[in-house]
Design a protein around this ligand. Structure first.
Ligand SMILES: *[C@@H]1O[C@H](CO)[C@@H](O)[C@H](O)[C@H]1NC(C)=O
Ligand SMILES: *[C@@H]1O[C@H](CO)[C@@H](O)[C@H](O)[C@H]1NC(C)=O
Ligand SMILES: *[C@@H]1O[C@H](CO)[C@@H](O)[C@H](O)[C@H]1NC(C)=O
Ligand SMILES: *[C@@H]1O[C@H](CO)[C@@H](O)[C@H](O)[C@H]1NC(C)=O
Length: 372
């Protein structure tokens, strides 16, 4: 009798357990990618069969199987957990938590456990991979002879073994410039030694070139060799400028006619315009010729032919525009200096005459005295 009732109880227990097993299951994404340094939300859903029991508690475990957060559904005061996570809004029977700022240490598997009244618990697991994008500078320009700094950043230096920089010229030739591996010194390839430096950092890699040469132009690729995720790279391109130092020269080509040249050697070619103050006594528009040099620079010569009378009346300027300059460089034809020279000559002449007059006067005075 006792044995029979014990058997019945046992049977009932087993059937309750079996029903409980059927009462719900938890679904959670198996794998997720979370970008570093951003908030990320994980969620699990309980799928219940009909007549399921009430949900009493939800518990989240972190990658170390430590409690991350627990709460009783429908009771906001019951939420307790670690600082860096918070409960996110979610529909009924779904639980979501937000990691406020994902870091390298947040990578791993998370478990959500749904406790059902009397019927035990159901759980789900999601494994998180933390990733980061490589961000490079925007394209840059540098003035030849000055300094250029190119940089790339990667948010997960813990995953990086080595960062390498390659240069690809406009002609498509590619070669290694420098590299930096964990626990070693930055390495600069021999052709670049002495004018290229690399920072000893895996998170923020900075390549500095000084002085910049024309042939440094091209694209630079920073290549991050990472554990598991394989190589990742980004590219930044550098243009090198040679700034113009314009000059104006002129000569008289026929009586009353002057030919003026404004020359500018630069990279890329400069644009030359003439500014002749509201006067059109020029003999036609300026003539511009370009000459490319093997070193990558271009000589631009703009020739303007004017009536020499114009030089006395108005200022004539050559304006040189270049992408590397904030404003155009203006070079005046020496009209103003001519006037200054004229004034100087007159002043000197007057002074000389005065001195002579004084001398004569003094000499006469002495002679007069001697005679007395
Ligand atoms: C967490 O627990 C699961 C089993 O529940 C186990 O497979 C895993 O290795 C544990 N993780 C850690 C970090 O202890
Ligand atoms: C940088 O320059 C390269 C080549 O000049 C070009 O292909 C690329 O689109 C540029 N990138 C940006 C962000 O402007
Ligand atoms: C101006 O440049 C041209 C060549 O472009 C040259 O033939 C001419 O002699 C130059 N004139 C002056 C005044 O320098
Ligand atoms: C420019 O020259 C033309 C004749 O070549 C003349 O008709 C015009 O008035 C002149 N303009 C100025 C601003 O001097």
């Amino acid at each position: 009798m006792a044995e029979a009732s014990f058997r019945m109880v046992l049977q009932q227990c087993v059937s309750i357990l079996m029903v409980a097993r059927l009462q719900g299951r938890v679904t959670a994404p198996e794998r997720l990618q979370a970008p570093v340094e951003r908030p990320f939300t994980l969620s699990c859903s309980l799928i219940r069969d009909r007549g399921a029991e009430a949900l009493t508690q939800v518990r989240w475990l972190d990658v170390q199987n430590q409690t991350l957060l627990t709460y009783r559904p429908g009771d906001p005061d019951s939420v307790s957990g670690q600082q860096h996570v918070e409960l996110a809004a979610s529909p009924r029977d779904t639980s979501a938590i937000t990691i406020k700022r994902v870091g390298f240490r947040d990578e791993g598997c998370y478990t959500c456990i749904f406790h059902l009244q009397a019927a035990g618990s159901q759980q789900g697991t999601t494994c998180l991979t933390v990733n980061s994008r490589i961000t490079a500078d925007a394209n840059q320009t540098a003035v030849s002879g000055k300094q250029a700094t190119l940089s790339c950043s990667y948010g997960l230096p813990e995953k990086v073994q080595q960062v390498r920089w390659r240069h690809t010229s406009g002609q498509g030739e590619s070669r290694e410039v420098a590299s930096y591996a964990k626990r070693s010194d930055p390495m600069i390839e021999p052709p670049f030694q002495g004018r290229v430096w690399l920072s000893a950092s895996l998170s923020h890699s900075q390549l500095t070139i000084q002085p910049v040469a024309i042939q440094d132009e091209g694209c630079y690729t920073c290549l991050y060799e990472t554990h598991r995720e394989g190589p990742r790279s980004s590219t930044v391109c550098l243009s090198t400028y040679v700034l113009p130092k314009p000059q104006v020269s002129y000569k008289t080509v026929s009586p009353g006619v002057i030919e003026a040249n404004c020359t500018a050697l630069s990279r890329p070619p400069a644009e030359i315009v003439w500014n002749v103050e509201r006067d059109n006594r020029t003999m036609g528009p300026p003539v511009t010729v370009q000459q490319s040099h093997a070193d990558g620079t271009t000589l631009v010569v703009s020739t303007l032919t004017v009536q020499s009378a114009l030089l006395k009346d108005v200022s004539i300027k050559c304006l040189v525009h270049h992408r590397g300059l904030e404003s155009a460089i203006a070079v005046s034809m020496n009209t103003k200096i001519g006037t200054a020279l004229a004034i100087l000559i007159s002043v000197t002449t007057v002074a000389a005459l005065l001195v002579m007059a004084l001398c004569i006067c003094l000499w006469k005075c002495f002679l007069h005295k001697d005679a007395e």
